[in-house]
Design a protein around this ligand. Structure first.
Ligand SMILES: Nc1ncnc2c1ncn2[C@@H]1O[C@H](COP(=O)(O)OP(=O)(O)O)[C@@H](O)[C@H]1O
Ligand SMILES: [Mg+2]
Length: 250
């Protein structure tokens, strides 16, 4: 399926980031097409997470990042970006229910005050969007990896983002749940038109769900284009620095 070119929602020009005195991003330029899914691939340590964290202004950068979405993004933390960070070894033994965890994140008030009706309704609506209705009162520690990622995705959907940044959202999840998770992202993208930037090593999923692929190497975009053109053995060898084979799905 080829979709017509879309205007950029986000335009990145000559982005440079230094961390601990070392250059990590060395002049990244890319456009994220509005309403499309863009995948970001590259070796571990190539700077994928750094790029996402620069976009949400967690890291200082040089260069320009411009949003074309009709909102004022000159303030430090753009509200219209939903960000699911790369899975930290979150201590999932929290003695909290899904509802409590989400209430803490959304309402920013102590739990002993109780969850307001409005917040409870907001939480129920968000869980429904990620296929997790009915898990409201489940303890977080009992969730599978895939379920926990859905809860984190639900949090990123509030308030209605125009851009979703997903950093290896399905890493460490078993294959079947991984597929379902990518289907969910595709479904959210189709239904709400949210623009997605997805870091992923799952090239089969990238091929199936991304409209555009960015390959990061040595802190620069080394190649980009539709999956069919980009996920070739030559490009993959250059991006990953090793021989890699990949079969396209029709
Ligand atoms: N806070 C930091 N201080 C110094 N170096 C960092 C920091 N965070 C990441 N790095 C380095 O930046 C490089 C890119 O990291 P990262 O963006 O996490 O890569 P990726 O997500 O592609 O695996 C790595 O070499 C990493 O060690
Ligand atoms: Mg990373």
């Amino acid at each position: 399926m080829t979709r017509a070119a879309a205007p950029p929602l986000l335009s990145i020009r000559d982005l440079r980031v230094e961390l601990g005195g070392s250059p990590i991003l060395n002049g990244v330029s890319a456009d994220l097409a509005r309403g499309r899914v863009t995948a970001l691939i590259g070796l571990n340590g190539s700077g994928k997470t750094t790029l996402l964290r620069a976009l949400v202004r967690e890291y200082p950068y040089r260069g320009t990042v411009r949003f074309f979405c009709g909102h004022d993004h000159s303030r430090p933390t753009p509200e219209h970006i939903g960000y699911v960070p790369q899975r930290l070894t979150l201590d999932a033994r929290l003695p909290l229910t899904v509802k409590d965890l989400m209430a803490l994140a959304l309402a920013r008030r102590p739990l002993f005050l109780g969850v307001s009706k409005a917040t409870a309704a907001r939480i129920a609506g968000l869980l429904e969007r990620v296929g997790m209705s009915g898990h409201l009162d489940r303890p977080v520690e009992g969730l599978s990896g895939g379920q926990l990622q859905r809860v984190l995705l639900a949090l990123a959907l509030d308030p209605q983002p125009e851009l979703l940044l997903l950093d290896e959202p399905a890493a460490g999840i078993d294959f079947k749940d991984q597929q379902k998770f990518y289907d969910l992202i595709a479904d959210l993208n189709r239904r709400s038109g949210v623009t997605v930037l997805l870091v992923s090593h799952e090239l089969t999923m990238v091929s199936r769900h991304a409209d555009h692929v960015l390959c990061l190497r040595d802190g620069k975009i080394q190649c980009e284009g539709p999956p069919r053109e980009v996920l070739t053995p030559d490009n993959l060898a250059q991006t990953f620095g090793t021989e890699m084979h990949f079969h396209h799905h029709h």
